[in-house]
Design a protein around this ligand. Structure first.
Ligand code: WQD
Length: 357
């Protein structure tokens, strides 16, 4: 019996890679039927065709805005009973959220409250939320690598704040509704599927470092390093880059974790009345890499020399963050399998050949 999975943002970067993992798992055990909801606010229509080419399956995507509850409910009415929601759809640029805070609060938070309304009205048992390391804010060195129970600092951007508010809404909802939920706190996603058929397709404005690097390499244009006076080993910001395929796989591991929880918790739930389980997990490699180290690693791997221009610090940036992902390893039986070289090599291949797909 196939389990119906609703993936919001299924045409986006991490969403599309997760759709592939779900459909690949299906071919093993014929387990998941996937429906995507994506209005292409932060993704491209061509991704649907690319996914069909990669999976040899028809991809069901509904082009609706999650902030429109009526349209969302009417769409879900037409689907088979939904086993789980995996919620990716969100605006995700730290920099842009500083420029357009209200757009970010409206889009990212209304989407969540509408989806949870549907979880309630359609009695959906599992909810997996795409959260972010941005919820931790600007941590001090003593708090790194960051653990899920590390007390967060004030978020450094409206984007990070929407992610934190989203987690709190879901946690509160799960305490009074029979839905098991996890928040997966991605660190910095990077890289592309080894097929070269899908990858990050940022549209017209490129903001994330790895995309900026590969485009600077391909078009031989200078790239700006936002700040080289940070209190780090080389003055540039430090992040924990994690391969997008590792992140995608974590969503299936999280779903299995929640399903197993149900079987254990059912009896307890029956005794205790209706409430769900909520848990947050870091998804990172635990390795901090600076902006300048990313640039030099790219140059070593590709042989392409980049031209750097130092620019002022970018508002919303945190100085340094990298993860302790022990909890995901222990409870989700998940561990990153890709190296920084894999990330940069696959991102470079994707940049060079993506428009040929
Ligand atoms: C990384 C570093 C920039 C561009 C991302 C996602 C966010 C979340 C967390 C998942 C920063 C510097 C960048 C450039 C630069 N992921 N940089 N020049 O801001 O850490 O956030 O990961 O939920 O969704 O956006 O990533 O790649 O934008 O920046 O110097 O041209 O690279 O200042 O220090 P960020 P990023």
């Amino acid at each position: 019996m196939k389990k119906t999975i609703l993936v919001t943002g299924g045409m986006g970067y991490i969403g599309s890679h997760t759709v592939v993992e779900l459909l690949k798992a299906s071919s093993r055990g014929n387990r998941y039927e996937v429906y995507s909801i994506d209005n292409f606010l932060n993704s491209r229509i061509i991704t649907k065709r690319r996914l069909e080419k990669l999976t040899h399956k028809e991809i069901n995507n509904f082009n609706i805005d999650l902030t429109n509850l009526t349209r969302l409910e009417n769409t879900l009415q037409k689907l088979p009973p939904i086993h789980a929601v995996i919620h990716f759809a969100a605006l995700k640029s730290v920099e842009e959220s500083v420029e357009k805070p209200l757009t970010y609060y409206h889009n990212n938070i209304t989407s969540i409250t509408n989806l949870l309304q549907c979880v309630k009205s359609f009695t959906i048992p599992y909810f997996i939320y795409s959260s972010s390391c941005s919820i931790y804010g600007n941590l001090q060195a003593k708090d790194l690598p960051v653990r899920e129970d590390t007390p967060p600092q004030p978020t450094a951007s409206p984007y990070g704040h929407t992610k934190l508010i989203g987690e709190e809404i879901i946690k509160s909802f799960a305490s009074t509704h029979p839905v098991h939920s996890v928040s997966l706190r991605y660190f910095n996603p990077a890289g592309a599927d080894p097929s070269g058929i899908i990858g990050e397709d940022p549209g017209q404005i490129v903001r994330n470092l790895v995309n900026v690097i590969t485009q600077a390499g391909l078009y031989r244009k200078p790239l700006q390093v936002y700040g080289n006076d940070y209190p780090t080993r080389d003055g540039s910001c430090i992040r924990d880059y994690i391969h997008v395929n590792d992140i995608a796989r974590a969503h299936l591991d999280a779903l299995v974790y929640l399903e197993n929880l149900s079987s254990k918790k059912n009896s307890a739930r029956k005794r205790r009345g209706v409430s769900g389980h909520y848990e947050a997990f870091n998804l990172g490699t635990g390795k901090g890499v600076s902006v300048l180290e990313m640039i030099s690693t790219f140059e070593e791997i590709t042989g392409v020399k980049l031209k750097i221009k130092y620019a002022p610090r970018r508002s919303g940036d945190v100085v340094s963050i990298y993860s302790d992902s022990t909890k995901a390893k222990k409870l989700l039986k998940w561990a990153p399998q890709h190296s920084l070289t894999d990330m940069l090599k696959s991102a470079w291949a994707w940049e060079q050949f993506r428009d040929k797909n």
